[in-house]
Design a protein around this ligand. Structure first.
Ligand SMILES: Cc1cc2nc3c(=O)[nH]c(=O)nc-3n(C[C@H](O)[C@H](O)[C@H](O)COP(=O)(O)O)c2cc1C
Length: 161
C-alpha cells in the first residue's frame, strides 16, 4: 500500500483541502448498494487512521480513481454513520460513475476537495437517501468549477504516483 500524499497542500491553508489519500478498497457492511442503492468503496482502518485532525468528520466532495481508470467525481462520508451507529470510523467513497463490477482489492486514489456538511442522523432511510442524492448534486455542480476541475489533473492521479 502506498502512503497518503498531499502534493498541492499549502501549509498556510488552514482548510487542509485538497487532501490526497489512497489505499486498497475493502468490503464494508454492503448496505450502500443493497439498502441505499448508493454503492460505496471503503478504505481499511489503517488508511482512515492516517487522516489528520484537520479533516473533520462529515461529507466531502472530490475526485476518485480506481487503479488506472479515468478520474471521476465522488462524494465521501468520513465518520461513524450516526444513522447506523457504526463502532469504527470509516471513509466511504461513492464514485459518481456506473461501474460494471465491484473493485474490492483495487487501489483507490481520492482527492478531498470540498466540505458539504456534517454527518447527520435521520428519522428514516428515505431521508438519508434523499440527503445523499442532494450531496451528489452539489458535488456535480462544485466540481465543474475550473479551480476544482483542475485538481483532477494533479500528478497524484498519474500512473506510478
Ligand atoms: C455522500 C454520503 C453521505 C452520507 N451521509 C451520511 C449521514 O449523514 N449519516 C449517516 O449515518 N450515514 C451517512 N452516509 C453513510 C451511509 O450510511 C453508508 O455509506 C452506508 O451505510 C453504506 O455503508 P457500508 O458500505 O459500510 O455498508 C453517507 C454516505 C455517503 C456516500
Amino acid at each position: 500500500m502506498r502512503h497518503s500524499q498531499n502534493p498541492d497542500r499549502n501549509m498556510c491553508d488552514s482548510t487542509a483541502l485538497p487532501f490526497f489519500i489512497n489505499g486498497e478498497v475493502i468490503k464494508g457492511f454492503g448496505r450502500g448498494s443493497k439498502e441505499l442503492g448508493i454503492p460505496t468503496a471503503n478504505f481499511p482502518l489503517e488508511v482512515v487512521n492516517k487522516l489528520p485532525d484537520s479533516i473533520t468528520t462529515g461529507i466531502y466532495y472530490g475526485w476518485a480513481q480506481v487503479d488506472d481508470s479515468s478520474v471521476y467525481k465522488m462524494v465521501m462520508s468520513v465518520g461513524w454513520n450516526p444513522y447506523y451507529k457504526n463502532k469504527e470510523k470509516s471513509m466511504e467513497t461513492h464514485i459518481i460513475h456506473k461501474f460494471e463490477t465491484d473493485f474490492y482489492g483495487k487501489n483507490l486514489k481520492v482527492a478531498l476537495v470540498g466540505y458539504i456538511r456534517p454527518e447527520l442522523n435521520f428519522a428514516s432511510m428515505d431521508d438519508l437517501i434523499n440527503t445523499i442524492h442532494n450531496d451528489i448534486k452539489q458535488a456535480e455542480i462544485q466540481l465543474e468549477k475550473p479551480e476544482q476541475a483542475e485538481i483532477a489533473k494533479n500528478d497524484f492521479f498519474k500512473p506510478n504516483c
